[in-house]
Write a protein that binds this ligand. Structure first.
Ligand code: CMC
Length: 389
């Protein structure tokens, strides 16, 4: 096997060159297409950030309007695709429903599957951006047994998602602009993060020339794992566990440090950030604001803040450079907004979608595109003989 390097978890192996996202994990820096995340959080919208990631530049006003308009025109799901949601058990987690429905898009939209046809790639881009939030909202509606609403294209992407998720068919939906703004910010902060597990998955699947729907569906499944996007749900479970068991944050920290039952402080640590995750910093700032306004669960926020304070001063965490990551506070905010816990990772997926699309498109237009095919070090048996021969 000659030149094979053993690098489990791809700690040191760059599988691609990319112009999309820059991270300096030691300094806690994150930039999309060169723009610092703090500036985008302050000035941009999720729609504009999506455009920036996918097309490489900030749009002009006219370009943004045209992009918005195109997305609004593609929000409807094929009526037969809506029937698909009835095939899952009522208690189904919305993440596998989402990945299944996104995968199934390639059966209903067969005119946009060619990864090397520019127009088809553009069409599948718009279709995914427009339809995935609708699919996500429907997965939720099914789980609570409510009627699916039609999108209302007088609303933008994020507004439509809020209405489809929380609106009731028989009643007008009272849109809270503060909620929409908060969700928009959280989606911006999740929009890309270079070669994380789900994005690397999207690239690996796409490298076989699989279509965009198939590749993104695989990414959604990768994101579902609790060590990745599932961490936001796991953080809330952890905080509730601490609350209901009446354990003090100090006692819980001792358990984590003893690695008892493999317990980890969820929402802490990151493969790349060995400093405060810049997204967590921005979220922490808004968490208080949003929870103050929405009347979130103060006790859980209180536990979270105490855990954070303890961890940042504790040698175990200092030595291992473990800081809060993006997921530490998001669950609390989503909960205060009224999202059920099962939807937290779905929200992450909606946020990460433009990043997946941008990375997939960057790869497909790379003239040096090669199929992803890791090597291995074989450590099994040497040749042996089948019994009886
Ligand atoms: N709590 C306690 N100890 C930890 C934690 C934690 N959250 N994270 C890492 N460690 C310890 C780990 O036990 C190991 O210690 P030792 O050297 O004594 O064996 C050391 O720190 C290094 O950990 P690692 O698992 O080798 O680090 P990694 O880069 O492979 O893992 C991680 C990164 C994010 C999977 C991990 O930190 C973790 O499991 N965190 C909790 C889950 C979480 O919050 N995930 C969200 C990640 S950010 C959002 C996203 O991109 O999805």
């Amino acid at each position: 096997t000659g030149n094979v390097t053993y690098d489990p978890g791809f700690m040191n192996t760059a599988a691609t060159k990319s112009e999309i996202t820059y991270i300096d994990g030691d300094a806690g820096i994150l930039r999309y297409r060169g723009y610092p995340i703090e500036q985008l959080a302050q000035k941009s919208s999720f729609l504009e950030t999506s455009y920036l990631l996918i097309y490489g530049e900030l749009p002009t006003t006219a370009e943004l309007e045209a992009f918005d308009e195109k997305i609004r025109r593609h929000t409807l799901l094929h009526e037969e695709l809506k029937g698909f949601f009835g095939g899952f058990p009522r208690e189904a987690h919305p993440m596998p429903v989402l990945s299944s429905a996104v995968s199934a898009l390639s059966t209903w939209y067969q005119d946009s599957l060619d990864p090397f046809d520019e127009e088809q790639v553009e069409l599948s881009t718009i279709r995914l951006l427009a339809k995935m939030p609708v699919i996500a909202a429907y997965a939720h509606k099914k789980s609570v047994g409510q009627a699916l609403l039609y999108p209302d294209n007088s609303h933008n992407l994020v507004e439509n998602f809020m209405r489809l998720t929380f609106g009731i068919a028989a009643e007008p939906y009272d849109m809270d602009p503060d909620l929409v703004k908060a969700l928009d910010l959280l989606l911006i902060l999740h929009a890309d993060h270079e070669q994380n597990c789900s994005t690397a998955t999207v690239r690996l699947v796409g490298s076989s020339n699989a279509n965009m729907f198939a590749s993104v569906s695989a990414g959604i499944n990768a994101l579902f794992g609790p060590a990745h996007g599932g961490a936001n749900e796991a953080v809330l479970k952890m905080l509730r566990h601490i609350q209901s068991e009446g354990i003090s944050p100090e006692e819980y920290m001792e358990k984590v440090k003893r690695k008892e039952d493999g317990v980890r402080l969820m929402g802490f640590g990151h493969r790349v950030y060995k400093n405060y995750d810049p997204r967590a910093k921005l979220i922490k700032e808004t968490a208080h604001e949003i929870l103050g306004k929405l009347g979130g669960n103060d006790e859980l926020l209180d536990i979270a803040m105490r855990l954070e304070e303890k961890a940042l001063a504790d040698d175990y965490f200092i030595e291992r450079k473990l800081y809060p990551n993006v997921d530490f506070y998001t669950g609390l905010i989503y909960k205060a907004m009224g999202f059920p816990e099962q939807m937290f990772t779905v929200l992450f997926a909606i946020g990460r979608l433009p990043g997946w699309i941008a990375q997939w498109r960057e790869m497909m237009t790379d003239p040096k595109l090669k199929i992803g095919r890791p090597r291995q070090l074989y450590v099994g048996h040497a040749e042996r003989t089948y019994p009886g021969l």
